[in-house]
Structures are given as structure tokens and as C-alpha cells.
Design a protein around this ligand. Structure first.
Ligand code: ADP
Ligand code: MG
Length: 242
């Protein structure tokens, strides 16, 4: 059996509540309000995944499926500088794909099996998992169909995580976000969208929220091997940090 590994978040405190990072061979979900740093975490981990193991990395390539158009190679340059690696090489080690709709998102995922077969990839990021599923299906009438398609997508994702020994990081929104369907509105506004299908697929779930001042807070909500602890972090030019 392939040995699983963990990839650092860039914050020592955040890593400590995760037993040193997000684990390979499984789906890790990070969800929270706008501007909590979900996309910044994605960029930070895309750089860290390339670092040596003693620096929290996995010495691997990274694939990114972008559904929101928020990927910025310039951020990879800045974060690379923090970690002292060549920024052009860092961007070249990231396979970027843009998914136009939920069907395209699934096809793009299936298409990654070929590059992943090289054995060079250690991290797959989807930012964000529900955008298209939320937009392509409407109301209660299409909810079953949506959840069926979503389930198919997530099964493929977890199968690929195990087969290729990669860490999967999926970004998700909370129900209170503007644009998230009112159908799923909840009083606390801190629930991820995607229902039971997504809850079942995610091995580890992390909730992000704003803290005092520039501080942000990450909380373990659901994990097979981590307690429900909180950690604070900040967003810097060099990415997620303490
Ligand atoms: P989310 O994806 O959760 O909506 P983002 O990951 O886009 O949120 O994070 C947005 C936050 O990141 C903003 O508060 C912004 O100020 C901060 N941010 C973005 N780029 C930088 C940077 N270069 N230096 C410091 N903070 C940044
Ligand atoms: Mg974002």
C-alpha cells in the first residue's frame, strides 16, 4: 500500500490542528464565507506541495480545477518568493484547468487521470466544488439530479485520490453566501452547501471564519483523526501564515 503523506497549510497553528496538514488519499474540504482565505489557501498549498517533505511539502506537481476564475499565477510568484523557490518553475509545475460548467468540471477531472498516471502529482485543488452544480440545476425539481451528478463526481474524485496517492483539496461555500441558493438557507449560515452527498464524501471538513482584526480562524468540523479544535492564521503576501 502506498504511503500517505500530509501537505502543510503554511500556518503552523493550522497545521497543528490537522496533525501537520491535509492528508493524501482522501478528500479535504475547506468551506467558509467570502474573503476568509479559501483561494489564498489554494495558492499557498499549490506552492508548498512542491517543497521537500521536511518543509511540509510532497515534492510533487499540482493540478487546479478553477470554476470561479480566481486563479492568479502572480500570487504563485509571490508565495514562491517566501519559500525561496523559482517562481517560473512553480507555475510550470501547476496544471491549470478552467471548468465552464458542471459537466465540463467532471470531464476535466476525468482528463486528469492521464497526467496523474505519471506519478508526479501530489495535490489536486478544486476551487470551488459547488459553483457549477449550484448554477446548473434549479430548485427542488432538479435537486435529485444534481445530487446524483455530484455523487458521481465525488466518487471519481476519491477514487483518484487513492489510486494516484494525491491530496485532494476542495473549496466550498456556506449557505449564507450571496448567490447560494435560498433553498438551502439556514439560520446559522455556517453550513457548507452540497448536502449529505458532499458531507459523506469529505473525509476532513474545515470551517473558516473571520476573527479579530486581520485574524482568521480555521476549525476542524469533521475528521476521522483530529479533534474539533480551532487555529488562527493570517493572509500575507507570502500566502497563509501565522
Ligand atoms: P475566499 O476565497 O475565501 O473568498 P480569498 O482567498 O480570496 O477568500 O481571500 C481574500 C483575502 O485575501 C482578502 O482579505 C485579501 O485582502 C487577502 N489577500 C489577497 N491577496 C493578498 C496579498 N497579496 N497579500 C495579503 N493579503 C491578500
Ligand atoms: Mg475564493
Amino acid at each position: 500500500r502506498k504511503r500517505c503523506f500530509r501537505i502543510s497549510t503554511g500556518s503552523k497553528q493550522w497545521d497543528s490542528i490537522l496533525n501537520e496538514g491535509f492528508q493524501s488519499c482522501s478528500i479535504n474540504e475547506v468551506y467558509g464565507e467570502f474573503r476568509c482565505g479559501k483561494t489564498q489557501l489554494s495558492h499557498t498549498m499549490a506552492v508548498i506541495a512542491q517543497l521537500p517533505k521536511e518543509k511540509g511539502g510532497a515534492e510533487g506537481r499540482v493540478a487546479v480545477i478553477d470554476t470561479e476564475g480566481t486563479w492568479r499565477p502572480e500570487r504563485i510568484v509571490q508565495i514562491s518568493e517566501r519559500f525561496g523557490i523559482d517562481s517560473n518553475a512553480a507555475n510550470e509545475n501547476i496544471l491549470y484547468v478552467r471548468a465552464e460548467n458542471s459537466e465540463d468540471q467532471h470531464e476535466q477531472l476525468c482528463g486528469l487521470a492521464e497526467p496523474f498516471a505519471s506519478g508526479q502529482y501530489r495535490l489536486l485543488i478544486i476551487d470551488s466544488i459547488m459553483t457549477h452544480f449550484r448554477n446548473d440545476f434549479h430548485g427542488r425539481g432538479e435537486l435529485n439530479e444534481r445530487q446524483g451528478k455530484l455523487g458521481q463526481h465525488l466518487r471519481k474524485l476519491s477514487q483518484m485520490a487513492e489510486e494516484f496517492n494525491i491530496t485532494v483539496l476542495i473549496i466550498n461555500q456556506v449557505q449564507s453566501d450571496p448567490g447560494a441558493s435560498a433553498l438551502f438557507a439556514s439560520a446559522d449560515g455556517r453550513k457548507p452547501i452540497g448536502g449529505h452527498v458532499l458531507a459523506h464524501a469529505s473525509t476532513t471538513r474545515i470551517l473558516l471564519r473571520k476573527g479579530r482584526g486581520e485574524e482568521r480562524v480555521a476549525k476542524v468540523i469533521d475528521s476521522p483523526d483530529c479533534a474539533e479544535k480551532e487555529a488562527t492564521y493570517i493572509i500575507t503576501t507570502g500566502g497563509i501564515n501565522d
